[in-house]
Each structure stands twice: as structure tokens, then as C-alpha cells.
Design a protein around this ligand. Structure first.
Ligand code: DX5
Ligand code: ZN
Length: 232
């Protein structure tokens, strides 16, 4: 099975919003592969963050792909704005689409708006089987390892079985994990088959950002290699 690349996607939610441009430059210089942007509407999740105008400003200073995680009740309503603003990955939550038909409709809608990559996210209580029928249509599955809404929460290892289920089923797209990821938790995520790692507080709270990102990447790669050898 081809291994998707190992990507570190620091979450700007943990950055200093008073100097976002500088934070983007700093985290890119430290080795970020993607930039994770948490969009919250105060309705789908009990928190409010940023919208398309801020993403547009970030796109002007960023050289890395913008990985936009939509925690909003009406992703289709705002998809065009985010694509125009420069989103590279656009991910919506599966809980909003109760049936495979609705999931397909939403994926098609996001693609129709021009999103280069479309993703589907699952909160911890949402079973992975919920999206079984649409896996061929998604570029990325985002497995939440905390309840969406806030940074700085504790990693929930019980969601790792979702990643294993996807890889065992032959899913070769990106699997991203988000919530409570850092140097201590990244190995188990990588071993299970995750290849995109979101980290907010671990990266922005670090006094050695380049070192933290490099060690996370190395630990993830080592765990993936170990897992591959275990299988062969
Ligand atoms: C939570 C967000 C996460 C969050 C991760 O709803 O989706 O991206 O910023 O932050 P940490 O890494 O601090 O758990
Ligand atoms: Zn996120």
C-alpha cells in the first residue's frame, strides 16, 4: 500500500492572534508542512474563531497549503468564500450529514466550489462506519482525538481504532488526526496509520518550535517504518 507523506499541520488556534502574519512565518520557518486553520461558528461548536477574511489575509503571507477545518453548521454556505480566500484543504464534519447521499452531496458541493482537497471530519462519538460509503470520494479523513471546539485538550487514544479500520479497509488517502497531539502522543497515531498531524499547543507552546516539529516528524516516521516492517 503506498504510504501518504508525513505532514505536520500546526494549528494557528494556539498562535498569538495579535500577530498572525509573524506566527505564520515563524511556524513555516520551523518546518510546518501545512497550516491548520480552525473555523468555528459558535453554533456547531461552542466557540467562535475566524472566518474567510482572516484566511484571505493569511494566504497572502503563507507559502504552505492552508488546511481549513470547518466546525460550522453550514459548510456549503461558506465554502466558496473559503476557497476564494485560498483554502487548499476544506474539511466539514460528518455529523452534519446523516446519510451517505447527503455526505456525497456535501462533498460534491465543496468540490464544485473549487476546493483542491476535500475532507470529512468525525468527532469522537461519531462511528467510522458512518462514512464507509463515501470513502472513494474523500481526499482526507480527519479523526478528532478531542471533542471539537477548543485547543489544549487531552488526547483520546480510543479513536485510534478508526484510523486502523480505514487503513485495514485499504483507504489510501490522507488520514489526519487533531487534538492533543505532541511528541508523546504522535507515535501511536502514526503506528495506527495517521499521516497528517495537527498540533496546536504542542507547537506554539514550545520554546523550541523547530526542534518540536522535527522531533514530531521523526517520531512519526520511525513509528510508520516500524509498523511497515511488522507487517512484512
Ligand atoms: C479543536 C481544533 C484543534 C485544536 C488542536 O477543535 O480542531 O485543531 O486547535 O489544538 P491542540 O493541539 O492544542 O489540542
Ligand atoms: Zn482542527
Amino acid at each position: 500500500m503506498p504510504i501518504p507523506p508525513t505532514l505536520i499541520s500546526p494549528s494557528l488556534l494556539a498562535s498569538d492572534f495579535a500577530k498572525l502574519g509573524d506566527e505564520v512565518r515563524r511556524v513555516e520557518a520551523a518546518g510546518a508542512d501545512w497550516l491548520h486553520i480552525d473555523v468555528m461558528d459558535g453554533h456547531f461548536v461552542p466557540n467562535l474563531t475566524i472566518g474567510a477574511p482572516v484566511v484571505e489575509s493569511l494566504a497572502r503571507v503563507a507559502s504552505r497549503p492552508l488546511d481549513v477545518h470547518l466546525m460550522i453548521s453550514e459548510p456549503l454556505r461558506y465554502a466558496r468564500d473559503f476557497v476564494k480566500a485560498g483554502a487548499h484543504v476544506l474539511t466539514f464534519h460528518a455529523e452534519l450529514a446523516p446519510t451517505p447521499a447527503r455526505q456525497r452531496e456535501m462533498l460534491k458541493g465543496l468540490r464544485g466550489e473549487g476546493a483542491p482537497l476535500v475532507g470529512i471530519a468525525l468527532n469522537p462519538p461519531c462511528a467510522i462506519e458512518h462514512i464507509a460509503d463515501v470513502l472513494d470520494d474523500v481526499d482526507l479523513v480527519l479523526v478528532m482525538s478531542v471533542h471539537a471546539g477548543f485547543g489544549g485538550q487531552k488526547f483520546m487514544p480510543e479513536v485510534l481504532s478508526k484510523v486502523r479500520w480505514l487503513r485495514e479497509r485499504g483507504y489510501v488517502g490522507h488520514i489526519e488526526m487533531d487534538g492533543g497531539i505532541g511528541e508523546k502522543t504522535i507515535a501511536q497515531c502514526a503506528e495506527a496509520g495517521t499521516n497528517v498531524f495537527v498540533a496546536g499547543s504542542a507547537v506554539f507552546g514550545s520554546s523550541d518550535m523547530p526542534g518540536t516539529i522535527a522531533r514530531m516528524r521523526e517520531t512519526a516516521r520511525a513509528a510508520q517504518t516500524k509498523e511497515l516492517h511488522a507487517k512484512s
